[in-house]
Ligand binder design. Structure first.
Ligand code: EPZ
Length: 421
């Protein structure tokens, strides 16, 4: 197992290119199961979760190959491999997002057997809304021996009103509805840019989805979808993480390949804290300061503050003057990083779904442990500014979602290295 070692205090400077969005790429790769013929998907990050998803698709009879850096060719053909419909525990346990093969399998192969993903360290991760939506479309679903077993002779368009916003739940209903008979409306659909990207991908392949980016999606079922060439949107969470890296080190960095419209709330909050941000086209310059102001923030569905940016903001607020309150509305237990930040000297008290952070003049380097991907990002950011040496263990979580994180931070001037333990 590797660890990351950081000597804190270096100011970051220079440019960094943002990769394609992991959370858009994963459901889009799964949706290629619906398409007849080869698809070329560009902007795919080189991370472990993508390798896991590729393995799941190969297991289902797909051909998945890298055609160049950041581009995959995925081939499924109508009528082939219909007897393959299982996403086994060995693969699903590595990545909860594998649940997004459920909709495509059910739609295309009429059967799906997907290991029940279970909970995880960021809190409860139920799939009841996925199951309710697919059942409304006509699927029979039961959970036996740890697997979701779903079948359907025919899927029929219907009206679905989600009881809560769910990103991958919306993706599963979309992918099940595109080839269903008739029209499906999804009320209270998630409108995250990653869901929009999936809908745009499906439309390019021949689907008829309207209302993209709105609370209500309408899907008119079609007979067939075809392979396409598609470019994934830039990763707004990776961008936000680098924005805070620039800010927390009092640095001056420019991010290339970003979507300003996807970063609205992150940009506004960082400005409120005292960071200078200058967007220009698909680039964005971040200039840090020596002192920052405390703020309150609440994670919410898009266009609200992403829960996937919560740990990174917490790291920054540890050194902002005054008292900040972070309220986690998506995963109320997603605060394991708070105890690790406390080991670095932070003054954080977790009270139910809220964390109260009292800013301190500096964090101190020590040994910390990563509990999940974004918690790991928060700890790396804290290490960049902490006095002394920070050693970060269990960094395999970071490899799941950030491509070449240490190398890119090193290029920007951080004193960071990866060491085999
Ligand atoms: C997606 O997970 C992301 N994963 C997560 O990113 C992200 O944190 C999350 O959306 C919220 O934005 C991928 O896209 C691969 P949800 P997802 O269903 O879809 C409740 C990362 O670090 N809920 O939108 O699984 C649930 O408990 C990861 O990149 C139900 O009650 O999240 C939560 O409170 C971590 N029943 C809320 O909805 C359901 O059936 C939102 O979860 C489904 C969800």
């Amino acid at each position: 197992m590797d660890k990351i070692v950081i000597e804190g205090g270096n100011r970051l400077e220079g440019g960094v290119r943002i990769h394609g969005a992991k959370n858009a790429a994963l459901p889009i790769m799964a949706a290629s199961l619906l398409l007849d013929g080869p698809s070329r998907i560009h902007g795919i990050p080189d991370i472990i979760d993508i390798q896991t998803q590729s393995e799941i698709l190969r297991n289902l009879g797909g051909e998945v190959k890298k055609i160049e850096d950041g581009s995959l060719e995925i081939i499924f053909r109508d009528g082939e491999n219909d007897d393959k419909f299982t996403a086994p525990y060995e693969l699903v346990r590595k990545m909860r997002a594998s649940i997004c093969v459920l909709g495509p399998l059910l739609s295309k192969r009429r059967r799906a057997k997907v290991s029940y993903p279970g909970g995880c360290v960021i809190g409860q991760r139920p799939v009841d809304l996925h199951i309710k939506g697919l059942t409304a479309l006509g699927a029979q679903i039961e959970t036996t021996e740890g697997y979701i077993n779903a079948s359907a002779d025919k899927l029929r368009g219907t009206h679905i009103s989600f009881a809560g916003k769910t990103v991958l739940g919306t993706c599963n209903i979309l992918t099940a509805a595109v080839l269903a008979e008739g029209t499906t409306t999804i009320e209270y659909a998630a409108c995250e840019p990653e869901v929009q990207d999936l809908a745009n991908f499906l439309n390019k392949a021949g689907a008829k989805i309207t209302g993209i980016g709105e609370n209500k999606l309408t899907v008119e079922g079609v007979q067939k979808l075809y392979g396409v060439d598609y470019e994934i949107i830039p990763d707004r969470i990776e961008a936000g993480t680098f924005m805070i890296a620039g800010a927390i080190t009092g640095g001056d960095i420019t991010l290339e390949n970003i979507r300003q419209d996807h970063l609205g709330v992150v940009t506004d909050k960082l400005r409120e804290i005292g960071v200078e941000i200058t967007p220009s086209g698909n680039a964005l310059r971040v200039k840090g300061n020596n002192t920052y102001r405390a703020v309150d923030l609440m994670t919410l569905p898009y266009p609200g503050m992403p829960t996937d940016m919560q740990a990174q903001f917490m790291a920054l607020l540890c050194i902002a003057e005054g008292k900040s309150i972070i309220t986690e509305k998506i995963f109320p237990d997603r605060f394991i990083h708070a105890s690790e930040l406390r080991r670095m000297g932070a003054d954080i008290r977790v009270d139910g779904p809220s964390a109260i952070i009292r800013g301190i003049p500096f964090l101190s380097g020590t040994e910390v442990m990563v509990s999940d991907l974004r918690a790991g990002a928060g700890l790396v950011l804290a290490g960049l500014v902490a006095k002394g040496t920070t050693q970060i263990h269990r960094i395999y979580h970071l490899d799941r979602g950030y491509e070449q994180l240490t190398e890119r931070l090193l290029t920007l001037g951080a004193a960071i290295k990866r060491i085999k333990e």
